[in-house]
Structures are given as structure tokens and as C-alpha cells.
Design a protein around this ligand. Sequence first.
Ligand SMILES: NC(=O)c1ccc[n+]([C@@H]2O[C@H](COP(=O)([O-])OP(=O)(O)OC[C@H]3O[C@@H](n4cnc5c(N)ncnc54)[C@H](O)[C@@H]3O)[C@@H](O)[C@H]2O)c1
Length: 332
Amino acid sequence: MPPKVLVTGAAGQIGSELVGVLRDRYGAGNVVATDKAVTRAQVSAGIIEPLDVMHLSSVERAIRSHHVDTVFHLAAILSAAGESNSDLAWDVNMDGLKNVLDASSRLGVDRVFWPSSIGVFGPDAPKDRAPQGAALNPSTMYGITKVAGELLCAYYSQKHRVDVRSVRFPGLISSEAKPGGGTTDYAVEIFYSAIQSGEYTCFLSKGTTLPMMYMPDALRAATTIMEADPEKIRIRTSYNIGAMSFSAGELEAEISKHMPGFRVKYIPDSRQAIADTWPRSIDDAPARKDWGWREKYGIGAMTSDMLDKLETKLKAGQKTFNTTGSPARRNV
Ligand SMILES: NC(=O)c1ccc[n+]([C@@H]2O[C@H](COP(=O)([O-])OP(=O)(O)OC[C@H]3O[C@@H](n4cnc5c(N)ncnc54)[C@H](O)[C@@H]3O)[C@@H](O)[C@H]2O)c1
């Protein structure tokens, strides 16, 4: 029997692609996609129904009425948005997660997926190959909610037997939905600008190196850890997972291989201070050993695929699309 899945925050950067993957795997009728902010078009297309994770009774009603046994809890406020509104970040990230865990415990949900982040690391963590067991002393509200969330997941798994599984995602690069207020958003914006105008102003410095991952790998990580046998999940806080690390300048150089005229200016803003506290790379040996984590995309394959997908999407979606000023794409 396929699982009956509820996805929260399904209209976001991850959810808008994860829902399709889950529907392909388990059947369209077995995946209920929900989000707080739901457009009329999404509702009438049957893609999304409204669910505010701040209301425990609404979460319980959704689980009960759809006979849900598996939850992918994605609703959250991300790092940069969380620094601008730290009260909201605390409320949504903590109360939302606790409501999902309480409802899952009470209603006998089999499995819960909840993503943590490299934002759990603070300035004192090793910058290179930050290990699974590094000290977690984040200096952002987002990171604080992720560390507390990891501990909450471990607590519910131990005390309430909720089979909750988690990975610490690096910055995610994707072509479907635009990112929702993170510190690594530049690595998505840069592709839109490269195609649309041939130039980009980056909010991080050229040398800022961060762990990153292409969305197809992130989606595979989520489904792989959720389908793994329970005894393989030895870490019940959250697993480090890595794929690639690059600086903003290295991404510019990679895009320039395809678009030789591409120009980037670097004008760091407040997000630089957040990026400076995060590691450059991650050691994910336990995830590889325990449940077989392997990435498929490096910077070269990701860049080429992003440009292909976005060029197609932007040409199809924008009647006003105009390549004037944008450099011609070269095959590499
Ligand atoms: N995107 C990344 O690079 C990245 C990296 C590490 C971890 N993560 C984690 O993955 C998860 C999903 O991230 P994302 O990139 O899809 O985020 P996103 O900001 O794109 O989407 C989050 C969604 O949550 C919804 N939401 C906000 N408040 C809500 C509420 N009260 N009730 C219901 N829905 C609400 C928003 O409307 C939005 O659609 C988050 O936990 C995030 O911390 C993301």
C-alpha cells in the first residue's frame, strides 16, 4: 500500500517540486499538498489546500480527514526572512513543528520528514568539512529554531515514538519556484539574471563559499531517507548531507563558460554576515554509511541543467521575454 502523504508549505521552493515527485511515486490521490498562502488557481487546479501549521486543530483535521500516515513538514520562515522578522521565525518554525509532531503522535502518523539546515552551524564550527557532531552554536534566529527543532525531533522520536527523519539541507538551487528568503538565494537569482539581462548584482562577496545542492538531489535525499528501514536511521536529530561547495565567483565562472559575456557585480548586504557564520563544506559520512546518501550533481552538471530548464521556462512563460543584452549561450 502506498503511503498517504501530507505536505505542508507545499507552495515553496522545495514543496513545489517535491509534490510532483511524491505524486509520481505514490499516486496523485495519495498526496495532499497544503500551504498557508494558497492562490485561487492552485486550489482550482487541485494542487493545494489551505493549512496554517500554527493551528494544531487544523493540522489534526487535515491528517484525520485525509487518513494521512506520512508528513513532509516544509512550512517555515527561512534564514534571511527570519532575521528580518525573528518573532515570526520563532513562532512558525517552533510552533509549526511542535504542532506537526503532536498531531503525528496523537493520530499515529507513521513517518515525518522535517528539513533542518546548515544554518545550525555557528561561527565556531569547523569551516571545512564541518562534521556531523560539530558544536551547534548558530547566531541567527533561523539557526536557533533549527537546532531546537532537531532536539525536538529527537525528543518526539524517543519519548513519543514518532518516526521523524531529518537532513540538514545546504543551499538549494532550483528552477521551479523561486527561493523564499534564504542566504543562498543568490545562486538561483544569478541564473535568471544571466538569461534575462546578462548581468547580476550579487549580495554576497565573490569569495564566499557555501555548501550547495541541486534540487533533484535534495528531493532524492528526502525520499531516500523516508523510505529507508527504520533501523538504518541512527541519528534522530538531523543528518549532514553535502553535494558541492562553490564560491559566488566560481558560479559566475561556470555560467560564463556557457555565456561568455556574463558580468557580475558584488555588493554584499546584510546576508553576508549570515553566510560568514556558516561552514564552507560539510562532512556527511554518517548519511552515506547509514542510509546510502549519494549526490548526483556537481557544479558543472547543475549549471548546464539549470540554464537548459530556465531558458525553456522563461521563453515559454514570458511573451515579453527578450534576450537583448543577454549573452548568447555557448555549448560546453
Ligand atoms: N531552500 C533552501 O535552500 C533550504 C535549505 C535548507 C533547509 N531548508 C528547509 O526546507 C524547508 C522548506 O524550505 P523552502 O525553501 O521550500 O521554503 P520556502 O520559503 O520556499 O517555502 C516555505 C513555505 O511555507 C509556507 N508557510 C509559511 N508559514 C506557514 C504557515 N504558518 N503555515 C503553512 N505554511 C506556511 C510559505 O507560504 C511557503 O510556501 C524549510 O524548513 C527550510 O528551512 C531549505
